[in-house]
Design a protein around this ligand. Structure first.
Ligand SMILES: [Ca+2]
Length: 203
């Protein structure tokens, strides 16, 4: 007798669960009648900033949105500090960086062919732990990799996390295959060399 009651209870429970699941999946229209609103989730691949929050990058120095010609290209430089090898300077990541051993420090990028270029950008990690600093940089260009001409004389640029820890060097459009950034000073007390997370070149 008890066994029959147990079976009957199990049947009732199973039927109730089945009905509940069916109602959940098959009757959204009934929910609407009950005051429930269904909202389709937007397509989203990263965290979105609600409009009421200020844009943390609003004051960042703008760099061109065109192709960065330096990305992944052949580069050459002198000695570097510790593990901060030159290959970090054009890997497309701001959390990897090149640090030279001493000054002057030259970083030469072979664009692989001649381009009409007009902007060089230098980035440090935008994180606030990379406090503001000044670096002195000149820009030289070449078409053959041997004869270089200076198109921007040594100038002191302020890197500041409030403006994205990046600087932009603009000059008259010039034909170049090789671009060389010459660093001659870094005000950061943490290093005796040049630092760059990325050096970028744009037409
Ligand atoms: Ca990098």
């Amino acid at each position: 007798m008890n066994r029959k009651i147990n079976i009957a209870l199990i049947v009732v429970i199973v039927l109730s669960l089945t009905a509940g699941i069916a109602a959940f999946f098959l009757k959204p229209a009934a929910w609407a009648d009950a005051g429930v609103t269904t909202v389709t989730a937007p397509e989203q691949v990263k965290a979105q900033r609600p409009p009421c929050f200020p844009d943390p990058e609003a004051n960042y120095i703008k760099l061109p949105e065109t192709e960065n010609l330096a990305l992944g290209k052949k580069i050459s430089s002198g000695e570097y500090t510790d593990v901060y090898a030159e290959s970090n300077v054009n890997d497309g990541k701001t959390d990897t960086y090149w640090e030279s051993k001493g000054f002057p420090a030259e970083m030469t990028i072979d664009l692989g062919g001649e381009h009409e270029i007009s902007t060089v950008g230098v980035r440090l990690n935008p994180s606030a732990v990379w406090e503001a600093r000044t670096q002195e940089i000149a820009v030289q260009v070449s078409t053959d990799g041997e004869q270089f001409s200076e198109i921007v004389a040594a100038t002191r640029y302020n890197f500041d996390p409030n403006t994205g820890n990046r600087i932009r060097i603009d000059f008259d459009k010039t034909g170049a295959r090789f671009v060389r950034a010459v660093f001659t000073m870094n005000s950061s007390a943490r290093t005796g060399g040049a630092q760059a997370a990325e050096i970028e070149v744009y037409e």
